[in-house]
Structure formats: structure tokens, C-alpha cells
Design a protein around this ligand. Structure first.
Ligand code: LMR
Length: 323
């Protein structure tokens, strides 16, 4: 499974080989793809995977040929792309990446296993996923998603630090929209498990000003903050969140818990249909379903619409890059 490149790929492959993505009883065969100048380094990663003697790892394909990489894969994690550097907005990387996704779409469509699940991580993740969907029309739209679990996990981390509670006791935050600085991290429906039962996050935090500004901007800007600090974009947290995304999609979300996934909009919550937009979802039997019926107040409505507008613009820009 998988397509891989650079930092995220290097963090991701040992997690997959250890069973963090698909479970500790699921053997895996890794397919890793990189560009020809990186072929020797990719072979070095293959050597390391052999040296680590992972009991679950039943084979490694390291290749610079997209057809070989895609052949027979059940799960494709698309981390390859031109990375964002300090000072760049996601739109800047758009033209470089949409053409990559167009060509990878056709390799996946023709050669991946039927029902292959696709997770796009490389930015602009939502729009890359949309391009992939449009240029791989025979892959069911439900099988093409993008990563906003990283933002979801960042939101859990911020709430856990603010309230000084275990991150595993916080649940049901939501990331709406784009994996960009217009995303809307929403804690309206989030809860914390306490000895006295489930408590609502807004009541526990009791600081509307922080929830409506500092919290939101910290999560929105976290990717940029990591780039500034590391001089490289996030890798271990992106890889770990990619494992969370696929594991919950394949194995199911715990009862009473939802997660955020970038999925093809059906118009739920009045989000324009035909965008890849992050929604709260639950997963059962390998299928995600958008959580319905959550109340959306006026503040949230504006935020949902703003990030949808950005995605609509990105979609138009992506198409203009392709023509
Ligand atoms: C992240 O969120 O850390 C990555 O998507 C990198 C970026 O460009 O923000």
C-alpha cells in the first residue's frame, strides 16, 4: 500500500509496518513511490525497512514508476507533492501539485485494487483530492478523501493543554472546510470525560474570547508555526494523523465519537456539493457518513461559508492551472 515521499513518508512507513495504521494483526505490503532523483535514497529506506525486521511487513516495493507503485494497492496515501516552504501560501503550491495529482489519478484508476481507499495528504490537500477524483472517475467518490485529522488532533491537543486534561478524554471537536488557514476548528459540540461525567468543552473552558479567537487561530496557523520552527513542514504528526484517518475509516470510529475527514460534499450543512470539504464523520464497515443534525450558530455559519468560498476559488484556480 501507499505512495510516499520525503519527510512524511519516512515517518509514515515504520508506523504502517508496525500495525499502527491497519491494526497489529494485519500483515502489510508497502509500495513506495518517489521521483527518479530520489531513487537511491528510496532504496535506502527499503534497506532500513528490511533491517527493522517488522513482523507484519510481508514485502516492500520501492519504485519511481507510478504504475508499479499503484498496482494492486488497497490503500493509497498520497504524500508526494511539492512542499510548502516558509512564507508560501497553499495557493502557491497549487500549480505544481495539481498536475502531479492528475497523472497519479490515472495510474490509480487503472492499476489500484477495486475499492482502493485514497487519502490525500499533500497540499493543497482538499483540492488535490478533488482533482484526483475528477481524473479518476471510476474510483467511487466515497473512496477519495483528504487529511484534516491532523487539524482535528491539533484541536484536541490545544483543548487538552488549556484544560489540563488527558487528550484521550477530549472528543468531538470538528474541523470544517479546507486544510488551510480558513479552516474552522469548532468545539461547540466537543466534550471532556471527567470523573463527574461528560462535560461540554465551551462550559469547561469558560473563555469565549479564547475559543473564538486564540484557539481558532492557533489551530489554523499550526502548520505555518511548525514550518517556522522546524524549517520543514510537519511530518511525524502528519504521519500519525494519516494512520488515525485510515484506521478509523477501515476499522470504525468508537461509539459516540466522530472524527474530521475531508470528503466529497453532498450539500450537507449547506456546504456546496462537489467540493472536498472537511466534515464530522463516523465510520462503520469501511464507510464514512457525515454526522447530521448538529446545530450551527451564526458565528459558525460564517466560518463554514468562508472556508467553502476559499475551496470554490481553489477549485477554479486548479482548473485554470490544468488548462
Ligand atoms: C500542516 O498542516 O502542517 C501541513 O499541511 C503543512 C502546511 O503547509 O501547513
Amino acid at each position: 500500500m501507499g505512495l510516499c515521499d520525503g519527510q512524511i513518508g519516512y515517518a509514515l512507513v515504520p508506523m504502517i509496518a508496525r500495525g499502527i495504521m491497519l491494526g497489529t494483526d494485519q500483515p502489510v505490503i508497502l509500495h513506495m513511490l518517489d521521483i527518479p532523483p530520489a531513487a537511491e535514497a528510496l532504496n535506502g529506506v527499503k534497506m532500513e525497512l528490511v533491517d527493522a525486521a517488522f513482523p507484519l511487513l510481508k514485502g516492500v516495493v520501492a519504485t519511481t514508476d507510478a504504475v508499479e507503485a499503484c498496482t494492486g494497492v488497497n490503500v493509497a496515501v498520497m504524500v508526494g507533492g511539492f512542499p510548502r516552504k516558509e512564507g508560501m501560501e497553499r495557493k502557491d503550491v497549487m500549480s505544481k501539485n495539481v498536475s502531479i495529482y492528475k497523472s497519479q489519478a490515472s495510474a490509480l484508476e487503472k492499476h489500484a485494487a477495486a475499492n482502493c481507499k485514497v487519502l490525500v495528504v499533500a497540499n493543497p490537500a482538499n483540492t488535490n483530492a478533488l482533482i484526483l477524483k475528477e481524473f479518476a472517475p471510476s474510483i467511487p467518490e466515497k473512496n477519495i478523501t483528504c487529511l484534516t485529522r491532523l487539524d482535528h488532533n491539533r484541536a484536541l491537543g490545544q483543548i487538552s493543554e488549556k484544560l489540563n486534561v488527558q487528550v484521550s478524554d477530549v472528543k468531538n471537536v470538528i474541523i470544517w472546510g479546507n486544510h488551510s488557514s480558513t479552516q474552522y476548528p469548532d468545539v461547540t459540540h466537543a466534550t471532556v470525560t471527567t470523573p463527574a461525567g461528560e462535560k461540554r468543552v465551551p462550559e469547561l473552558v469558560n473563555d469565549d474570547e479564547w475559543l473564538k479567537s486564540g484557539f481558532i487561530s492557533t489551530v489554523q496557523q499550526r502548520g505555518a508555526a511548525i514550518i517556522k520552527a522546524r524549517k520543514l513542514s510537519s511530518a511525524l504528526s502528519a504521519a500519525s494523523s494519516a494512520c488515525d484517518h485510515i484506521r478509523d475509516w477501515v476499522c470504525g470510529t468508537p461509539e459516540g465519537t466522530w472524527v474530521s475527514m475531508g470528503v466529497y460534499s453532498d450539500g450537507s450543512y449547506n456546504v456546496p456539493a462537489g467540493l472536498i470539504y472537511s466534515f464530522p464523520v463516523t465510520c462503520r464497515n469501511g464507510e464514512w457518513t457525515i454526522v447530521q443534525g448538529l446545530s450551527i450558530d451564526e458565528f459558525s455559519r460564517k466560518k463554514l461559508d468562508l472556508t467553502a468560498e476559499e475551496l470554490t476559488e481553489e477549485k477554479a484556480l486548479a482548473y485554470s492551472c490544468l488548462t
